[in-house]
Structure formats: structure tokens, C-alpha cells
Design a protein around this ligand. Structure first.
Ligand code: DX5
Ligand code: ZN
Length: 245
């Protein structure tokens, strides 16, 4: 199943002094989702913002709020993020011992459930929770900071997860160091949802952001291998051609 490419700018790279205006700008610029990076200074070595900030910016746009929780423990805070207006809530597989429970709790709150994997975490971590997932987020940097370099080692993992997902309606998101230069490879490996922070918030105006988003989208769409007539998708794996049915 070929799904539309979704571009989700990370507001971590926005000017926090003008956060509302920045979100209005990326909305106008063609962002599909708004990616919100929540960091606690414990699970990751940085602190960003929490549920109150998400609640404050929620009225600025109707776009989907894609909330990436880099916090541990996480279960205690899920309800607050749901009430703040998150649409998709993604927790880290490494954030606690009870991933299955966290995912059930997110769906129980009426939200889409996502799981994120740090670069050193193998895809086997999600093998037994696939049916509880609406999204898998593969980190292509070590989480904690924007503006880091893309880890190409994760392309193979993305391709493997694409195969694991099969026909399930699960989005495969990639986050960290995504630019117009690697978006094609990311999509070729099987990702359909691309987060980008510094590569989107470059320049100042909504027109600059629109050009940045469009360049990433065009590169990603160019990287996809079209669906074949029998419904299968021939994709470029890492170092091989993979036929996925
Ligand atoms: C990293 C965050 C990412 C990051 C993306 O911990 O989850 O969303 O801010 O920013 P860039 O695109 O600049 O790597
Ligand atoms: Zn993120």
C-alpha cells in the first residue's frame, strides 16, 4: 500500500519567542503535520516544552499535532498531552518496561499511538505490539537536539520495519537530520512520514518555509518506487532490490 508522503516540521527549530506565528507560517507553507518534540532532561539530555505549551499553540492551526514524547516515565503524562490537543502520541520503546500498556493507554484516550526507536534499538522491540500501533518513528539521530547529522545506518532498519508493517495501516516516520538531500533515500527505504526541523525553519518567511517543505516533499516522492500493477511495491532496499507484497 503506497501512502501519501507526510511532511511534519519539528517546531523545536522554530523561534520560540514567536511560536504561534511560526506555526501559522508552516501551516501556510504546506506542512501536513506539526511535530512537537517534548524533552524532559532525563530520558534525553535536553529540556524543551510540555503540555501547557502544546495547549497554548493548539488553536493556531487545524493540522495534526504529532507529539513525540522523549520523557521517562511517560504513562503518568499521557492524559495531559491528550487533553492538550495531541492527535498522535508517540512514546519511546526505551522509556519504560511496559510499552504495551503505554500504547493501550494512548488508544484508550482516543489518540493515535506511536512508538519511537532510538538508533541503537533493534526493530524486534516492536514485534509484539504491531497491532497496537498507528505509527512507528525511527530516530535517525540520537534524540535530544535538533540540527544533528542523519545516521545512514538506520536506512536498513527502516526497510526492515516497512516489511514488518506489511498491510497494516501504520505510518512509518523518520526523525532527525532529514534534508532535501537524504529524503529520497529515506522514502526509498520505505518511510512515508518525514520530520524535519532545521531543514524547514531555514530562512525567515513563510515563502522560505514553503520552498524548504516543497523541496523535501519532491525529493521524498522521487525516492518512492511506484506500486506495481498487482498491488505489490518494488522498493530499493539497502544494497538490494526487495519485492514487498
Ligand atoms: C530530536 C528530535 C527531532 C529533531 C529534528 O530529538 O526528535 O524532531 O528536532 O530536527 P532536525 O531536523 O534539525 O534534526
Ligand atoms: Zn521528534
Amino acid at each position: 500500500m503506497t501512502r501519501e508522503i507526510v511532511i511534519a516540521p519539528s517546531i523545536l527549530a522554530a523561534d520560540f519567542a514567536r511560536l504561534g506565528e511560526e506555526i501559522a507560517s508552516i501551516d501556510l507553507a504546506g506542512a501536513d503535520w506539526i511535530h512537537c518534540d517534548v524533552m524532559d532532561g532525563h530520558f534525553v539530555p535536553n529540556i524543551s516544552f510540555g503540555a501547557d505549551v502544546i495547549k497554548a499553540i493548539r488553536p493556531v492551526t487545524k493540522k495534526i499535532f504529532d507529539v513525540h514524547l522523549m520523557i521517562a516515565p511517560v504513562d503518568l503524562y499521557l492524559e495531559a498531552f491528550a487533553k492538550a490537543g495531541a492527535d498522535v502520541i508517540t512514546v519511546h520503546a526505551e522509556a519504560g518496561p511496559h510499552l504495551d500498556r503505554s500504547l493501550q493507554a494512548i488508544r484508550g484516550l482516543g489518540k493515535k499511538a506511536g512508538v519511537s526507536l532510538c538508533p541503537s534499538t533493534p526493530e524486534s522491540a516492536i514485534e509484539y505490539v504491531l497491532d497496537r500501533l498507528d505509527l512507528v518513528l525511527v530516530m535517525t539521530v540520537n534524540p535530544g537536539f535538533g540540527g544533528q547529522s542523519f545516521l545512514a545506518s538506520q536506512l536498513e532498519k527502516i526497510a526492515r520495519i516497512r516489511s514488518m508493517i506489511g498491510d497494516r495501516p501504520i505510518r512509518l516516520e523518520v526523525d532527525g537530520g532529514v534534508t532535501r538531500d537524504n529524503a529520497g533515500a529515506v522514502a526509498a527505504a520505505g518511510a512515508d512520514t518525514l520530520v524535519a526541523g532545521s531543514a524547514v525553519f531555514r530562512g525567515k518567511s513563510s515563502a522560505d518555509y514553503a520552498a524548504n517543505i516543497a523541496a523535501i516533499r519532491i525529493a521524498a516522492e522521487g525516492g518512492r518506487v511506484p506500486e506495481l500493477q498487482d498491488g505489490s511495491t518494488q522498493r530499493v532496499g539497502v544494497g538490494e532490490r526487495v519485492l514487498v507484497r
